[in-house]
Design a protein around this ligand. Structure first.
Ligand code: F0G
Length: 425
């Protein structure tokens, strides 16, 4: 993406040999302009035919046009709902807020959209072992897609603060799991080195085929809005794979002429893991890694590898970056959960980020906002139970839902139900 050097699509490579920069999948703009219409994608809605029944491969021409359909490894993913949420909109201070629930993917996070692209490419390359470092969701997704494709999955975890649901998934799906005495950022360096040493394919978001899949979140939202562009897309930022993919997808839609302007992207980081936010305050010229700490373990990342692609997205979309506290994240999560939607802590950055940006006058109340919920509520059940029982260190739950204990008698049960304080709607 920096020096413009090109590599063939079947070369195993994650950064440029000339400049060390990140790689992009480069599509042929003439082919895209000739082939793609919104009608083509609308006609595939509701089909049972693989791989077009996937919310990633419905857009195959924009993802990986040449790959034979029977090589595609799909569960199928995507096709997640876009919820209009008037109560949360009112809370955040806007008239129209939609939440795109990526927790509705097969393994419960947006990672499946990337993994279908990455594991398909592993199959094309004839590779048998795939690996990643992960704060949890990438490993759950890799484990499932590797198993589905008949490959060996290998996942490196940091040795503390990994949400149980994610760890359990990776083990259940049969991946080789290794807990390494290091944080996510170090684990990612290690997985790249070990993979090169042993000839294993890396499926972190440095892999450009992952990002091709993840960019379909943007295409699908715009299709769900009947090809209208919202004013804002608000997304949590960790390793900045989504941020990078969103910009690329939108830019391509714009170049093909499917959309006539770009939405603005707001990236929301946790205060304790905010290297992009700090860089944003300094004009995005460089990024200093930070030691990351946050209750939102999915985004506990201090040195995001996709920084440069994220900056490109911010420039293309006139984007902004905001930070939110752990307290704000957990309270916003409780509100999303109580709507019956539910999400994991990191996802709640999207909602509280909207509120913060409205209060700062950056998002205007009349603007249409789409927030991305990145992961399912069951990913981190510990965080839920600790929040509601007020045992989460440093957090004072504003929206705790108390769990009652009762003797097994009608009197005791009636007494609880009749004296229970009415919950606010
Ligand atoms: N939300 C959730 C639920 C995530 O799992 C992640 C990243 C993010 C947000 C941040 O996305 O990295 O594209 O900026 N999880 C990775 C993992 C790092 O290993 O599962 P990003």
């Amino acid at each position: 993406m920096d020096c413009g050097r090109q590599y063939p699509v079947d070369q195993i490579i994650y950064s440029c040999e000339t400049c060390g920069g990140l790689l992009d999948v480069q599509h042929d703009p003439e082919y895209l302009k000739k082939t793609i219409t919104s009608d083509l994608f609308d006609k595939r809605l509701g089909t049972y035919e693989a791989p077009y029944n996937s919310g990633v491969w419905r857009y195959k021409e924009m993802i990986y046009p040449d790959v034979p359909n029977d090589m595609v490894v799909s569960r199928p993913e995507g096709n997640t709902n876009l919820y209009r949420t008037p109560k949360l909109a009112a809370w955040a201070g806007v008239e129209t807020l939609y939440l795109k629930h990526e927790g509705e993917n097969p393994t419960g996070s947006f990672k499946d959209r990337g993994m279908t692209g990455g594991v398909t490419q592993a199959k094309v390359l004839g590779i048998e072992r795939v690996a990643c470092a992960s704060t949890g969701n990438t490993s759950a997704s890799l484990a499932a897609y590797a198993a589905w494709a008949g490959l060996e999955g290998i996942v490196f975890f940091q040795n503390k603060q990994i949400a149980m649901g994610k760890l359990a998934q990776a083990i259940a799906y049969g991946a080789t799991g290794i807990q390494v005495d290091a944080d996510f950022d170090r684990n990612l360096e290690l997985v790249r080195q070990v993979a090169e040493h042993l000839g294993i394919y890396v499926l972190n978001s440095i892999n450009p085929f992952r990002l091709e899949g993840q960019k379909t979140i943007m295409i699908e939202i715009i299709q769900q809005l009947r090809w209208q562009v919202p004013d804002w897309i608000v997304v949590p930022g960790g390793n900045l794979g989504n941020t990078s993919a969103f910009g690329k997808g939108l830019h391509e839609l714009y170049e093909i002429g499917i959309i006539d302007h770009m939405p603005r992207i707001a990236v929301i980081q946790a205060e304790g893991a905010n290297p992009l936010y700090r860089s944003y305050l300094n004009g995005l010229t460089s990024m200093e890694p930070v030691h990351a700490e946050t209750v939102a373990t999915a985004i506990k990342i201090g040195n995001p590898v996709n920084f440069k692609k994220a900056v490109r997205t911010l420039k293309w979309t006139n984007g902004v970056v905001e930070e939110v506290s752990d307290q704000e994240i957990m309270d916003a999560k409780a509100l999303i959960d109580r709507q019956g939607l539910g999400c994991e802590p990191a996802s709640a950055c999207s909602l509280v980020g909207v509120q913060k940006l409205v209060r700062k006058g950056i998002i205007k109340p009349h603007e249409t906002v789409v927030g991305i919920l990145t992961g399912h509520v069951l990913k981190d059940a510990d965080a839920v139970l600790q929040y509601h029982s007020d045992t989460l260190e440093g957090i004072h739950p504003r929206y705790a839902n108390k769990l009652y204990q009762s003797e097994a008698t009608i009197e005791a049960l009636s007494s609880i139900l009749e004296t229970k304080e009415a919950e606010p709607a």
